[in-house]
Ligand binder design. Sequence first.
Ligand code: OSB
Ligand code: MG
Length: 380
Amino acid sequence: MKPVQIKEVVLHTVKMKLIAPFTTSFGTFQEKHVCLVEAIDESGISGWGETTTSDEPYYNEETTHTAVYMLKDFLIPRIIHKTIEHPLDVHDMLTFVRRNQIAKSAIETAIWDVFAKKNNVALSELIDGTKTEIEVGKSIGIQATPGKLVEKVGEYVEEGFRKLKVKIAPGADLDYIDAVRKAFPDIPLMADANSAYTLNDVDHLKQLDQYNLMMIEQPLAHDDIIDHATLQKEIQTPVCLDESIHSLEDARKALQLGSCRIINIKIGRVGGLGESIRIHDLCRDNGVPVWCGGMLETGIGRAHNIALTSLSNFTIPGDTAPSSHYWDEDIIEPEVTMDHGIIQVQTGPGIGFDVNREKLEQLTVEKESITTAVTPHPMP
Ligand code: OSB
Ligand code: MG
């Protein structure tokens, strides 16, 4: 395979407005800034990645601002003009910066796209994905009443989604799940708490066992894998970790402790596609299923999620809903579409979608080009 050398990185910060507010236990998303990272190689090929951040550090510690800062001052200067033999190497080139996984992922995924395009292969093929289509689920924010939630679930079941994920929080949990289960006794259903509970709630969480949920996602603290192991021993519902897993090492330790039986892999949260693949492989070798989470991405992040999900151990439908569920108009062409809960894996080179430059211009609030390895900070 031909190596790549990045000669320029353009940071396009765009302002995006969701078609409807999305509420979790930590807050509501409506508008957000995202940085779309365009890495351009010596031969002029552009590859794309995105910061799967929002404007506030509520899901994890990163924001769009912090990600742009890390990219500009530390991460891009370290990779620009270097010969990159394979994008799997980029993760280790960036470990001199601690954490900041989403920022790292934005440039790392852009390089995967450049590399795949340069070598004229689809991203899914490059990572040895075996699926040609993927099954998709829908993540539903907290609704005003259980009745409203049942209505929404009904719409999405009708549309063909293969898994329904319901956000829960103390005060919006048992009643909501009970209402959905009564209305839809057989649908693949799960709950996501985004760290809203503690071990004091074990008896409360035990009551979810009667609803035959596929899993409960991240019930306890965002930085915990110890209490989750205790909880998993107490409840029958499989625990799935999201916020707690930032790396292959985190995944290894969580599996060893029995903190979860399923892992939600988000490319941004674990620092890129390379680390996502490594976590996928570890889970596969240990008989642990995985699925691809979502961060309300634009089409660029969505395209990377689809390629990742083509790997064989993504046996549970992910949160990668079609573009129209997020945006009036996506920034990629064609938009991501779904047919009866199925999305086709792209076969064109790289991520397999084009960025709509006109749309991009309209949405851009800040644009900066980086062409030198010069950094205001000494690097190790
Ligand atoms: O916890 O999975 C989560 C969105 C933003 C932050 C965290 C989460 C989510 C979602 C939405 O659940 C998934 C999606 O549709 O992109
Ligand atoms: Mg989650």
